[in-house]
Design a protein around this ligand. Structure first.
Ligand SMILES: Nc1ncnc2c1ncn2[C@@H]1O[C@H](COP(=O)(O)OP(=O)(O)O)[C@@H](O)[C@H]1O
Ligand SMILES: [Mg+2]
Length: 357
């Protein structure tokens, strides 16, 4: 039997086909726009199989996100003795895929940096950046072990491990480039939270949320945008884009919104999504892990928490109360900071009426 090339040895996977009911199972977070439905075209799959296991054949392909990919690919070597796995992502530059081509190119650029910097992330196995081989924009990457943090229960040490992992990303100083441009917030250039945006639009909570957001935007405008740090940022570091094994963070994936910006861009988004799933303390665990690894405090946490919360739609359903609590806490901190810095009067709670004195 021909030995697998060394670079692919660690891709060996147990071949374990899904049952029809497992195939129908919906993923936890539906944020795709369903423009493209179905499996990737033959040319794309053939390219991925060639890249993963030259001479081998496709053993199975599993959709990981409601017909728009990414896809888990299982390939058997020519002798059928070993199975290799990879994650295939597909985009296009003409709007015919759910993901834009630039998303795939950005992720590939970030994964290259992650590999050269020793960051825990999938390794890039192949990229068809302009469709020369597949007619699409396609990438193939290694499969991370584990379950996402969003699938797990609360664990202080796991959340601290995530914070520490983010700090390693934020130690990377790179210049902005074509595929890793300057980022002002998470989820650029898209919108994110698409399912929630469509589900609750126009509800009574929506109007209340919009009023709170208006106050938040007014407060943000009174603060200079923090510019003390700049680094590589993941750009969508919500807890569903992080794999964990046991109590440790095993790697960040889904880097299509990566770029260069303030680390708070990631931290506000991560802290919010952790708090929505596990309570406010979870966001503080993430920050504690980050600060321990970075060896210094993040001075502008509240500012970035507000930025993170403003990315949600005004009503996100059952988690709206938690989102409001997260946002109001951050606004209180921002106001207190303004009082400390400029001697302006503060309020103990954001929604308290102004005193007439
Ligand atoms: N490199 C990877 N290793 C293991 N699983 C992955 C990897 N990339 C994606 N996945 C799985 O596919 C799911 C969807 O992938 P993701 O990259 O987050 O795309 P999207 O957010 O567009 O759905 C993830 O929740 C995860 O379970
Ligand atoms: Mg994702």
């Amino acid at each position: 039997m021909r030995a697998a090339p060394p670079a692919r040895q660690f891709l060996r996977a147990t071949f374990d086909p899904l049952t029809p009911s497992e195939r129908r199972k919906k993923p936890a977070r539906a944020v795709c726009d369903h423009r493209a439905v179905g499996e990737p075209e033959r040319a794309v799959v053939d390219w991925a199989v060639r890249t993963l296991c030259p001479g081998g054949h496709l053993a199975d392909i599993r959709d990981l996100h409601e017909h728009v990919g990414p896809w888990l690919l299982l390939c058997a070597d020519p002798a059928g003795a070993e199975v290799f796995s990879g994650i295939l992502r597909v985009g296009s530059d003409d709007g015919s895929s759910a993901k834009v081509g630039e998303y795939v190119r950005t992720e590939a650029a970030a994964l290259r940096i992650a590999e050269s910097s020793g960051i825990k992330a999938p390794r890039l196995l192949g990229l068809d950046a302009n469709g020369a081989e597949t007619g699409r924009v396609a990438s193939l990457q290694t499969v991370l072990d584990g379950e996402t943090l969003a699938q797990k229960t609360y664990s202080r040490s796991r959340l601290r491990s995530l914070g520490a992992q983010l700090a390693t990303v934020h130690q990377i100083n790179i210049k902005p480039s074509t595929h890793l441009p300057v980022r002002q917030r998470s989820l650029e250039p898209g919108e994110g939270w698409l399912a929630e945006r469509h589900l609750y639009a126009g509800s009574p909570r929506w109007a209340a949320g919009e009023r709170l957001f208006g106050e938040a935007e007014a407060e943000l405008a009174r603060h200079p945008r923090p510019a003390d740090r700049v680094s590589l940022v993941h750009g969508d570091a919500w807890i569903g884009n992080v794999m964990a094994v046991d109590d440790r963070c095993a790697g960040l994936f889904d880097w299509g919104c990566a770029g260069v910006g303030h680390p708070g861009i990631d931290l506000g988004h991560t802290r919010l999504t952790a708090a929505l799933s596990f309570g406010m303390k979870a966001g503080d665990d993430v920050l504690a892990g980050w600060e321990a690894e970075a060896g210094e405090p993040l001075f502008s946490t509240a500012y970035w928490d507000v930025i993170g919360a403003l990315l949600t739609p005004p009503d996100i359903g059952e988690k709206t109360d938690a989102r409001d609590e997260f946002l109001i806490r951050a606004l209180d901190d921002l106001r207190n900071r303004r009082r400390d810095l400029y001697g302006e009067p503060s309020r103990t709670h954001w929604n308290e009426p102004k005193s007439s004195s």
